[in-house]
Design a protein around this ligand. Structure first.
Ligand SMILES: C[S@@+](CC[C@H](N)C(=O)[O-])C[C@H]1O[C@@H](n2cnc3c(N)ncnc32)[C@H](O)[C@@H]1O
Length: 352
């Protein structure tokens, strides 16, 4: 496939969105205790592009890591630009074979002897023979060789492609891995992700909201949530982003600050479920002990000592196992308020 076609086919698919270092730092600073002596895997990360790799490589000694493994996918346009590294110089414009590669780091030294281990040392390290190795396959996280690396890892930390989030999460669970990954809050409502949240197997990390991502040059300009910086770098802002993890965090045990009191006139019940509707997480009332339907952003403030997650509202088709509540009838199984459809709701209840 010509590179332009390849780029076209990837356009707008939330694939090549590169996470900012500050977003990684703001989240990972809460987990440093977990990293000591551990093998960290970043398996959707080109070491020449990924700030996840940069974060762990430059802090390798401070975090006392055992090992850092990073693999890149050969679909990455960045991998393409690094091709000369493996495939030798090519004629300009010539189609070259695309490769995926891995980096395994067991130590980082002050190679340039400037008194600190920093990005220059990582550059030197990456140029050393045997540090960057070509993968046999395309670097797909589901491939046998990448799964072998997954088995070796203690903690997986990355921003995987949103379009493969379900499979990515399922694989982490299947291999019993600890992880900290970025995803869309909407993923809570995925049939296979929701039970993990409900059953307290995974939860939401600290930072929730809009994230700016670096996007490749071929990315189409948008009128909103898009900018080009002074260096000509394109950026895209994506809303409703959160971190998913199964590492315990203090936030999960913080008190929920109730601002509102329950008054029946402020919180009508759905037509088709025995639950009140709450439009904003901050409006969850202090003194209501029945079931409440809250927006998916609730998971950002979920403390399992304060609330139970009962279920997830159905969209069209009713399934008792997921919804967790009896369906009171009607044509539509989505939550209806005076016959008006509400967005997906998580059904929760105060714990006594
Ligand atoms: C949302 S981007 C994030 C990149 C990087 N983790 C970061 O946060 O900056 C997802 C990355 O996953 C890569 N990718 C896409 N499909 C993949 C697959 N099947 N296996 C591994 N990586 C994949 C893409 O090439 C892309 O670089």
């Amino acid at each position: 496939m010509a590179i332009t076609n390849l780029h076209k086919s990837r356009k707008d698919k939330f694939v090549e969105f590169y996470t900012r270092l500050e977003d990684i730092e703001n989240e990972l600073c809460h987990y440093t205790e977990y990293f000591e002596g551990k093998t960290i895997l970043c398996n959707c990360d080109d070491p020449y592009e990924s700030n996840f790799f940069y974060y762990f490589a430059t802090r390798f000694n401070d975090l006392k890591l055992e090992k850092l493994i990073c693999t890149c996918y050969n679909g990455s346009p960045v991998a393409y630009t690094q091709m000369s590294f493996f495939d030798g110089d090519t004629e300009e414009g010539e189609q070259v074979k695309r490769s995926a590669y891995k980096v395994e780091i067991k130590e980082v030294e002050d190679f340039d002897k400037n008194g600190a281990t920093n990005i220059d040392d990582i550059d030197i390290l990456l140029k050393r023979e045997g540090v960057v190795k070509r993968l046999e396959g395309n670097g797909d996280f589901r491939s046998a060789e990448c799964i072998e690396l997954l088995k070796e890892a203690d903690i997986v930390v990355t921003n995987p492609p949103f379009s493969l989030f379900r499979e990515y999460m399922a694989q982490l669970i299947e291999y019993g891995k600890k992880f900290l990954i970025i995803g869309k809050i909407d993923a809570v409502a995925y049939r296979d992700v929701f039970p993990l949240i409900r059953d307290n197997i995974i939860w939401c990390g600290y930072n929730v909201g809009h994230f700016w991502y670096k996007v490749p040059a071929y990315y189409e300009e948008k009128s909103t949530d898009f900018k080009i910086d002074e260096y000509g770098q394109k950026w895209r802002r994506v809303g409703n982003i959160c971190w998913y993890t199964n590492l315990d965090i203090k936030k999960r045990h913080e008190k929920f600050e109730f601002i509102k009191k329950y008054r029946p006139e402020d919180y009508p019940k759905y037509d088709n479920y025995d639950a009140i509707n709450v439009d904003l997480v901050d409006d969850i009332p202090d003194n209501y002990w029945g079931v409440m339907g809250v927006p998916a952003t609730f998971i950002g403030k979920y403390n399992p000592m304060v609330f139970d997650i009962i279920g997830l509202s159905a969209s069209v088709k009713y399934d008792r196992d997921i919804v967790g509540l009896d369906f009171l009838g009607g044509n539509d199984a989505s939550p209806l308020l005076a016959q008006k459809k509400k967005y997906a709701r998580i059904f929760i209840q105060r714990r006594r």
